[in-house]
Design a protein around this ligand. Structure first.
Ligand code: C5P
Length: 212
């Protein structure tokens, strides 16, 4: 059986960086499940199709190829917004969750990050982490990322977007963002990524020892 690390949390909480560090340290496969929603949303936009037709969106979601997810292309802010709109549709979620569960079986282990990994996609994951940070800190991180990358950004607009995305992700009926009951909470507001990684590593090592 594959060893699954499930990492959930709101946008820009540090899930991505933490997941990549864990995958590298343990030689596990990593899937950023947000990219699957983003890929479906981008395919709809590129084909000039509507974002509010569930049957059309489901068909597009079923065609998403997990091996071809390009985070650079999919990271655009507008694609994230579109992704969170189609992510409220149960048929879209069913299609993508199927593909995510198949990925989670990869040996020797996998790290999946998203919003519903510990609650819906992999409820039996060996380790569940819920990574969070205050909306102010998350907005500032996004802002710094854009400015460091040579772009221009407005902090207040990003802050409002972060809060809007939280409301949509936490408020939807199907698979809302929330910590699984057995998830370990990591608040990265005042924690370095290295400290978060060490905390995660301790939990993973304990779980790995149990499986031997
Ligand atoms: O994490 P990221 O910002 O790339 O995700 C984009 C959107 O995809 C999220 O705002 C969320 O609505 C949706 N998503 C989801 N379930 C996941 C991953 C992402 O609903 N497991």
């Amino acid at each position: 059986m594959s060893f699954v690390v499930a990492i959930d949390g709101p946008a820009a909480a540090g899930k991505g960086t933490l997941s990549r560090l864990i995958a590298k340290r343990y030689g596990f496969h990593h899937l950023d499940t947000g990219l699957t929603y983003r890929a479906a949303a981008k395919a709809l936009i590129d084909a000039g199709l509507p974002l509010d037709d569930e049957a059309v969106a489901e068909k597009t979601a079923r065609q998403v190829d997990l091996s071809g997810l390009d985070s650079a292309v999919l990271s655009a802010h507008a694609i994230g917004e579109a992704a969170s709109k189609i992510a409220v549709m149960p048929a879209v979620r069913r299609a993508l969750v199927e593909a995510q569960r198949a990925f989670a079986l990869k040996e020797p282990g996998t790290v999946l990050d998203g919003r519903d990994i510990g609650t819906v996609v992999c409820p039996d994951a060996a380790v569940k982490l819920y990574v969070t940070a205050s909306p102010e800190v998350r907005a500032k991180r996004r802002y710094d990322e854009i400015v460091t990358g040579g772009g221009t950004a407005d902090y207040t607009t990003i802050f409002e977007d972060v809060k809007k995305r939280d409301t949509r992700d936490m408020g939807r009926a199907d698979s809302p963002l929330r910590p699984a009951e057995d998830a370990h909470l990591l608040d990265t507001s005042e924690m370095s990524i290295e400290a978060a990684f060490q905390a995660a590593k301790t939990l993973i090592d304990v779980a790995l020892n149990k499986t031997i």
